[in-house]
Design a protein around this ligand. Sequence first.
Ligand SMILES: NC(=O)c1ccc[n+]([C@@H]2O[C@H](COP(=O)([O-])OP(=O)(O)OC[C@H]3O[C@@H](n4cnc5c(N)ncnc54)[C@H](O)[C@@H]3O)[C@@H](O)[C@H]2O)c1
Ligand SMILES: [Fe+2]
Length: 403
Amino acid sequence: MFHALEVLFLRIYMLIFKAVTAILPFKWPRTFEGVDSSLALVRHMASEGHKSVLVVTDAVLVKLGVLDKMKAEMDKCGISYVIYDGVEPNPTIAQIEAGHRMLEQAGAKAILAVGGGSPIDAAKMIGACAKNKKPVVAMTGLFRVWRGMLPLYAVPTTAGTGSECTIAAVVTDPVAKRKLPAMDLQLMPTAAALDGALMTGLPAHITAATGMDALTHAVEAYISKNAMAKTDEKAIEAVKLIMTHLDTAVTNGSDLNARQQMARASHVAGIAFTQAGVGYVHAIAHKFGALYHTPHGLANAIVMPHVLDYSLPSCAPRLAQLARLTQIGPVGGSDEDLARAFIQRIRDMNAKFGIPTRLDKLRSEDIPAIAQSAIAEARFTYAVPRYMSHPVAEKLIAQMLPA
Ligand SMILES: NC(=O)c1ccc[n+]([C@@H]2O[C@H](COP(=O)([O-])OP(=O)(O)OC[C@H]3O[C@@H](n4cnc5c(N)ncnc54)[C@H](O)[C@@H]3O)[C@@H](O)[C@H]2O)c1
Ligand SMILES: [Fe+2]
């Protein structure tokens, strides 16, 4: 059993953390929403006086032509730009450094990030490198981006991470096999565009995995001990939107309404977890990403039912409330029945989307280190409803070993 005194200490620490978070001056990005809102964002950049911009993206998006309309709009607005498309899923320190070099060569004074969480996170750290002149790793952790970052305009092309409205950026250190989250108020983008039209070409399996990432943000924020009325409102909006539209976005990717609603879901889930935090699902998923390159959303989707099963005794009323609000489970059922029905719905969604219940690459000899890293990541960062001891974490992770 987790030591009762340690739990008490962590609960008190988290109460202080919550009080501080409640008064932190978050500067939410100005947000443009709807089809072609990415072009309105470009016009906004021009109106803010930006003439020289580094575009941070990935090679797939360039090839698919996702940036074409924005490039034409920048030409029209007289913005000169250089494109850095070297970001890959789970961006590394070296990719961020390469982007920073390109920024310096171009003399760019602002950044336009176009992509999923990987390009947006990389762009945040490139913008932070430009201002802080510190190694990337030295800016990871809590509040270590002292001198801020360049103005960052973000256009998400996945509906998952919510990075366009979070104060986080996740960096991968491939040598140490670690994922290092940087969290700092200064990592909040200046403005963002939620443009569902850019997401219609997102393959079904990535739509599913990234959508489950957004669901994880909303659920972990809602069951967090640091949840507040304002984060509950956003988390509930996200869960309702995801339960209504994710299936359509996966099965009929060209459905613009489903894409637009998922873009909003991911965004409001981002606002919720920025203040309430996430939990063990993310802590374990980060380690899967670092060790096995498991895509972030996929890792969360696999881990989520296990962590929720474990957390249920400490958050059944909260999970039951999510079930009620999304008409899941028996009408008038007990909190425990409804909470179980909600978790079962997540398992059903995973099954329908072809998301496995186990992680092929997971090796039993890695489990102690994964458990250790997850517990360490959560300890002073996430106000989880139920703490895990090391043996419990190992047992939970072992349930995901390949059969
Ligand atoms: N900053 C935060 O708050 C935060 C939160 C959660 C996760 N993350 C991080 O974000 C990263 C994951 O981001 P992600 O899940 O959005 O995926 P991603 O950015 O890694 O992209 C995944 C794949 O989807 C492709 N893709 C993206 N948009 C597309 C489109 N519109 N059409 C076709 N293909 C497209 C990309 O080319 C890539 O191959 C991880 O590193 C994760 O740790 C950050
Ligand atoms: Fe996430």
